[in-house]
Write a protein that binds this ligand. Structure first.
Ligand SMILES: *[C@@H]1O[C@H](CO)[C@@H](O)[C@H](O)[C@H]1NC(C)=O
Ligand SMILES: *[C@@H]1O[C@H](CO)[C@@H](O)[C@H](O)[C@H]1NC(C)=O
Ligand SMILES: *[C@@H]1O[C@H](CO)[C@@H](O)[C@H](O)[C@H]1NC(C)=O
Ligand SMILES: *[C@@H]1O[C@H](CO)[C@@H](O)[C@H](O)[C@H]1NC(C)=O
Ligand SMILES: *[C@@H]1O[C@H](CO)[C@@H](O)[C@H](O)[C@H]1NC(C)=O
Ligand SMILES: *[C@@H]1O[C@H](CO)[C@@H](O)[C@H](O)[C@H]1NC(C)=O
Ligand SMILES: [Zn+2]
Length: 509
């Protein structure tokens, strides 16, 4: 037998496993209409042009609505909802495993999430949000917090061996994985706190404290099977606090959809039911904000960490067959799932086994790839960290690495962790609040000034726009940190360095 950390069975069954079949309320009857593509409307000759020009001039010259101004006010500026004063507030909600693809099996296109679709029309959504590699929960939740690629934030898988400190990170072992030294980079709640803001964290995957000693003002640690009603009540408790105690940044995490996806697969009845359950939460949250007259004060952003692919009929790849008995025995530690990062025993000829695996990968190029940090695809940004195993076997979507002993026992029916360019790995981004209002106004202004002045792309940053549906181009989740900084009014100089694109959000403001 090889080392202690081989094939932890939780990984095979899926993260935080256990199906949580929630009590499901009746689906709403309101109908979700499909998104329309915008056809670029260019003025033709004659009166149309003249009218268009005149209207454009008026549109361009008019005083921008107060919403726009509001976003440019200083971070501590107060707004009233009619009875209470509020500072800018951002509520970031992660629905684990909420898949977003362009294919017909899109989770949001099943007609089971009418409220999330409705919120995305009242606000906006992205065509997709691309996760970082590996497309796993902990790496991506920490990227969402820090704006950093995996290699820079140090959480290189849900479980991995760190050769430098000779110790293991395992997401399930709270006492060791919450040790601040694992978590590199600066999470948005730390930046916000440094800027003097009150923050709240409801189970977001990650530590209670960073190396600098910072922690969220309010912190509710991870617990499984806490209902969304309970989570909503906690969020509202925070929002209803008096101004001096009320958090401006609230983070919330919900795992049930990922759990259902792993246990039963993305096309299962359980995933359908859980989509309805999550959609009920979206409805209740939205209604609660409407009831408090807060929809133009609180920015709600729904994201997910990654998608989910069907692995109910997996093609098995036997790693012990590839390496041979001695080779498999020489594997000391095994990182990640469904990829395998391999650490060989120092006494073994690791370069020999690497050669063996490289040859096998050449012969089975449709099934898996084998990389070292030197050959890892650049776009993964998954090389420059001592925590990344020296040999990485990365299966193609639908293939599963296993051993003869383990076979297909306990394999999950749905999985993620694969290539982040695979559309089934894509995550969602839906936003509603002052940001979406501002972004829509900015778009309309830009496209009318385009009609007036010509030569730049009025739809830059947008996939499609129409009167009731604004869809941003797809973008990567490393951009989220900077969006939240902008919404909270934290200046660039006070924010951390990220791998986000400089100026990425400017066209939306
Ligand atoms: C709701 O809030 C807005 C500011 O966002 C305020 O102008 C308006 O008066 C409020 N409405 C009520 C009914 O209090
Ligand atoms: C959790 O991690 C600690 C520190 O590395 C270790 O001593 C302990 O055995 C681990 N617990 C389990 C259940 O693996
Ligand atoms: C899930 O929902 C979709 C859309 O309503 C439906 O077509 C599909 O049959 C459902 N799947 C199951 C297994 O119930
Ligand atoms: C403003 O928000 C407070 C706190 O959440 C709430 O109690 C109050 O009813 C809201 N005011 C309006 C006009 O909705
Ligand atoms: C280790 O493997 C490499 C590549 O297969 C081979 O060239 C080398 O001779 C081996 N070294 C030893 C000490 O066996
Ligand atoms: C990502 O950002 C970190 C922190 O600024 C930086 O050290 C790293 O080089 C960046 N990575 C890339 C690929 O630009
Ligand atoms: Zn996840």
């Amino acid at each position: 037998m090889a080392g202690l950390t081989k094939s932890p069975s939780e990984e095979r069954e899926g993260l935080l496993s256990g199906v949580n079949t929630p009590s499901v309320s009746e689906p709403d009857t309101s109908k979700a209409s499909p998104f329309r593509q915008q056809s670029t409307r260019l003025s033709l000759a004659g009166i149309g042009v003249l009218l268009g020009l005149i209207l454009s001039v008026f549109y361009w010259l008019r005083v921008p609505p107060r919403l726009v101004n509001n976003l440019y006010l200083g971070g501590q500026t107060l707004r009233s909802n009619g009875t209470q004063k509020f500072k800018r507030t951002v509520l970031l909600v992660s629905i684990d495993g909420l898949r977003h693809t362009l294919q017909s099996k899109h989770y949001l296109d099943r007609g089971l999430t009418p409220h999330l679709l409705d919120v995305s029309k009242k606000g906006l959504r992205a065509k997709f949000m691309k996760p970082v590699f590996p497309t796993l929960t902990f790496p991506n939740h920490w990227t969402l917090m820090t704006g950093l690629y995996t290699e820079s934030h140090g959480i290189v898988a849900n479980n991995f061996w760190d050769a430098e400190t000779d110790s293991e990170f395992h997401y399930n072992n709270i006492s060791s994985c919450w040790e601040p030294h694992w978590w590199l980079g600066e999470p948005m709640w730390e930046t916000a706190k440094k800027a003097g803001l009150i923050t709240a964290n409801l189970m977001w995957p990650g530590p209670a404290k960073t190396l600098s000693g910072a922690s969220p003002t309010y912190f509710v640690p991870w617990a499984n099977k806490v209902s969304l009603d309970t989570k909503l009540a906690q969020i509202l408790d925070w929002i209803d606090l008096p101004l001096s105690e009320r958090p401006q940044l609230i983070l919330t995490y919900e795992p049930s959809l990922d759990q259902a996806g792993h246990a039963k697969g993305p096309y299962s009845r359980e995933v359908n039911e859980t989509l309805r359950y999550v959609d009920g939460f979206v409805r209740d949250l939205h209604d609660s904000l409407v009831a408090r007259n807060l929809t133009e004060i609180v920015d709600v952003i729904f994201v997910s960490d990654h998608g989910m692919t069907d692995t109910s009929h997996p093609e098995l790849v036997y790693i012990d067959d590839l390496l041979g008995e001695n080779g498999w025995k020489a594997v000391k530690h095994e990182d990640g799932w469904p990829s395998m990062g391999l650490h060989f025993d120092p006494s073994a000829n690791a370069s020999h086994y690497l050669d063996v695996l490289l040859t096998a990968a050449e012969d089975n190029s449709e099934k898996f790839d084998v990389y070292t940090p030197q050959t890892m695809p650049e776009r993964y940004h998954f090389a420059h960290s001592s925590r990344i195993a020296p040999v990485y076997v990365v299966p193609k979507t639908g293939y599963v690495l296993t051993t003869r002993a383990e076979g297909d026992v306990g394999l999950s029916k749905g999985n993620h962790g694969y290539d982040n360019n695979d559309p089934t790995m894509n995550a969602v981004f839906v936003a509603h609040g002052p940001f979406s209002s501002t972004a829509k106004i900015a778009h309309d202004k830009q496209s009318s000034s385009y009609r007036l002045r010509g030569p730049f792309n009025p739809n830059k940053g947008w996939h499609s726009t129409s009167d009731d549906t604004y869809v941003m181009d797809g973008f990567q989740n490393v951009e989220i940190y900077n969006l939240v900084m902008k919404l909270l009014g934290i200046p660039q100089a006070e924010a951390a360095q990220t791998n986000g694109t400089t100026g990425f959000w400017d066209i939306f403001f």
